[in-house]
Write a protein that binds this ligand. Sequence first.
Ligand code: MG
Length: 380
Amino acid sequence: MAELAPYAVTEANSRGRKIAETAPHSRSEFQRDRDRIIHSGAFRRLEYKTQVFVNHEGDLFRTRLTHSIEVAQIARSIARRLRLNEDLAEAISLAHDLGHTPFGHAGQDALNACMKAYGGFEHNLQSLRVVDLLEERYAAFDGLNLCFETREGILKHCSADNAARLGVLGERFLSNRRPSLEAQIANLADEIAYNNHDVDDGLRSGLITLEQLSTVPLVETHLHEVRHAYPALPERRVVHETVRRMINTLVSDLIQHSERNICTQGLAVVEDVRNAPALVAFSMEINEQQRALKKFLRTNLYRHYLVMRMSAKAQRIIGDLFGVFMADSRLLPPQLQPAAGQAEPDRARIVADYIAGMTDRYAIREHRRIFAVEEMPATF
Ligand code: MG
């Protein structure tokens, strides 16, 4: 591996873990973070959480798990090329959606609405809560006790109120400073991954068509090239080849443009990154094209009436579960029973943690167990 750039995050310049631990002997500190994330329960649950399409709609659609793996792949490639810490970029990518509710954004919006009077619900903050507190696997601490830089990367955005409560980790949102370049990479790798796989999944589902997509410049350029070079190629392969080229274009553009930005700043140490503007970025042209693609997906896929129906159903399930647990916390499973004795805001947070941790199918089953009259309470 090429030597890391002087402004990369390393074990030597890391701010370390909240609770000091002996250094690992067969891997780096950031590899240890990655490994803890992979072994967490929240990570395994990502397999059954919606990205856009609910898990039972088809085996080939992305789930939050495969999405997170794609993000990690893209982030690693970019980090390596920019001589940054690949292991950190990978750890952040794999953890970035750990706090996501079931049913994708519809679920997050519903839970946020339920939690309005109790400080709200934000999946990004929840991811941090999972790794800082909710995972119960280690004898010596709650959560995963990850390095500061991994936690900093997980917390992509944050309101001023929440930032003030978070102490050192929230500081950058109050003083308008940036996270590490590795965190900036993971953030944009997320965008590259979902824009492209949503095109692929959207086409597979039949909710959007190639013809519609050919009005989007980023797609059109590559689609035209592929069709011209391979006139007899079956449609599915045209899609894959087009998406592959789109990812390539975005990744290459991001690397080139970020390299230029980094060069102009004359960075010497990692603290310079935090004081500089955001340096990992697309060129203006590609940024415009990405925005046009996002807009297309919002209008034609995320707001497609069939997706909206699923979202409405998801919101109802989450609203119902929250309401019923708040009204009578004796319905919560035994390990959450202490919630019953808590003041309302604390009880709400326990209920929100429980709901956010559910997979799509678990939430559907739990809803059925509580609300379906034909369901006997003893069925599990
Ligand atoms: Mg994501």
